[in-house]
Design a binder for this molecule. Structure first.
Ligand SMILES: Nc1ncnc2c1ncn2[C@@H]1O[C@H](COP(=O)(O)OP(=O)(O)OP(=O)(O)O)[C@@H](O)[C@H]1O
Length: 419
């Protein structure tokens, strides 16, 4: 049984792509595989099931029950899809970035499952992070600029990766366009917060305070409640009301509206990319962060344009100024969306899984930008991720640790920065 790895990103990854004669001809063994019958484990396939679930009120992925697939955490959804695919006993399993959005323990479990499956099923793994390469893979094809690059044995690929150096040059971030007035020292405070869903405890006695200028990393395994916490801070999760959730000095639900709170928060999540369908340019996308809109609907001032141009320079994207945002490569969209979230220098910047679906080099560029933002601004940063991103330099780490009674929080100071 042979297994193949395909390394790269930014190209359409699915079974159709594998039928491309250039790809097939690059590896002889691929020609003999009945790729059309392969089971496909990918974000796209998952999205199709979620849509089906929403349209018909149930999904083939789930046993009868009253919970919608959408309400599952991202890791839980992936597990459900893989179980469903394995029930079909496929001869070939195509796995596209299977470890994205999975916590370390789930990654290890999935690796063991895939190893077992590999005894009777040919696996084709698409991957973007070199550390994700499955040890069972025999050959790796590298994709560069959407073209077939080198074909390696796994050992050759690992050896070459170890010697590769990733370099990046970054400039300073542009200044704040103005000052946020009356912002207290304590930006966000959770005091003994507990959340249950249908009697199932999710968070238990969570206490966490984020002070002006601090750089936090928020981690926790799949389903531990990270998104739930974010939705209490940034969103309008009704679970926040009645709990001691304080934002910018006010208890949530008293005083400020969600809209007023959002004005003081810069927010990025990969899902945001999907909200932009209008024909806004890269420059307009950055400016939209100054007026808190998704896309730009009003004529910007000269000052706003000048500031956005400065950001394009910082992001090394000056040449993209008038390009349509949604047509840009994923990394450039991410850089612009982080720039958009930061352009007003909000007191609090929330970055939810900013490196998801990126390759090593692109992830490093995002991490460098985030470190730069934290170092050069007064904004507090909350960075949410499963991955241990090597270069990230947070001051503190808030970790959610699951238990039968719901997740509890653990705080660690990293000692990487002073203050
Ligand atoms: N509306 C809901 N109804 C029932 N359960 C829910 C609902 N929303 C979330 N949950 C459950 O709450 C738990 C925490 O979910 P949450 O999305 O906050 O986890 P997470 O840490 O962000 O996970 P992941 O890393 O996988 O995205 C999960 O078990 C999830 O299934």
């Amino acid at each position: 049984m042979k297994h193949f790895g395909i390394y790269g990103y930014g190209f359409p990854v699915d079974e159709h792509w594998l039928k491309n004669p250039v790809v097939k001809n690059s590896i002889l063994e691929l020609q003999n595989l009945p790729l059309g019958e392969a089971a496909v484990f990918s974000e796209k396939v998952l999205a199709r099931f979620i849509e089906e679930d929403q349209r018909h009120g149930n999904s083939r992925l789930l046993d009868a029950g009253n919970r919608s697939l959408r309400s599952f955490s991202s890791g839980e959804k992936r597990k459900v899809l893989l179980n469903y695919l394995l029930q079909q006993n496929p001869d070939i399993l195509i796995v596209d970035s299977p470890f994205d959005n999975l916590d370390r323990q789930s990654v290890e479990e999935l690796k063991i499952t895939l190893k077992d499956i590999s005894k009777g099923t040919s696996i084709i793994q698409f991957f973007k992070r070199k550390e994700d390469l499955l040890p069972i893979i025999d050959k790796v094809i590298r994709i560069e600029n959407e073209k077939i690059g080198k074909v390696y044995t796994t050992e050759e690929f690992i050896a070459e990766s170890a010697s590769e150096e990733i370099r990046d040059q970054l400039k300073s971030i542009p200044p704040a366009p103005g000052e946020f007035k009356n912002i207290p020292k304590s930006l966000m405070k959770l005091e003994d917060v507990s959340v249950k869903y249908e009697d199932r405890p999710i968070l238990t006695n969570i206490s966490w305070e984020v002070i002006k200028g601090e750089f936090w990393k928020l981690t926790g395994p799949n389903g531990s409640g990270k998104t739930t916490i974010l939705s209490m801070i940034y969103g309008d999760n009704p679970k926040a009301y009645g709990e001691n959730v304080f934002l910018f000095g006010n208890r949530k639900g008293s005083g400020e509206t969600v809209w007023e709170i959002k004005k003081k928060i810069g927010y990025f999540s990969p899902a945001l990319t999907e909200l932009f369908s209008r024909r806004n340019t890269a420059l307009e996308m950055l400016i939209s962060g100054l007026v808190d809109s998704i896309g730009l609907y009003q004529r910007p001032t000269d000052k706003q344009v000048a500031l956005a141009k400065q950001w394009l320079k910082t992001l090394n994207l000056e040449h993209r100024q008038n390009k349509i945002f949604i047509k840009l490569p994923l990394l450039e969209q991410r850089l612009l969306l982080i720039g958009r979230a930061m352009i007003k220098h909000p007191p609090l910047l929330i970055l939810d899984e900013p490196t998801t679906a990126l390759d090593d080099e692109s992830a490093m560029k995002i991490i460098n930008l985030i470190n730069l933002i934290a170092a050069e601004s007064n904004s507090a940063v909350i960075y949410v991720s499963h991955r241990k991103e090597k270069g990230l330099k947070p001051d503190f780490h808030f970790e959610l640790i699951p238990s039968d009674k719901g997740s509890v929080g653990k705080i660690e100071a990293s000692g990487l920065r002073s203050g």
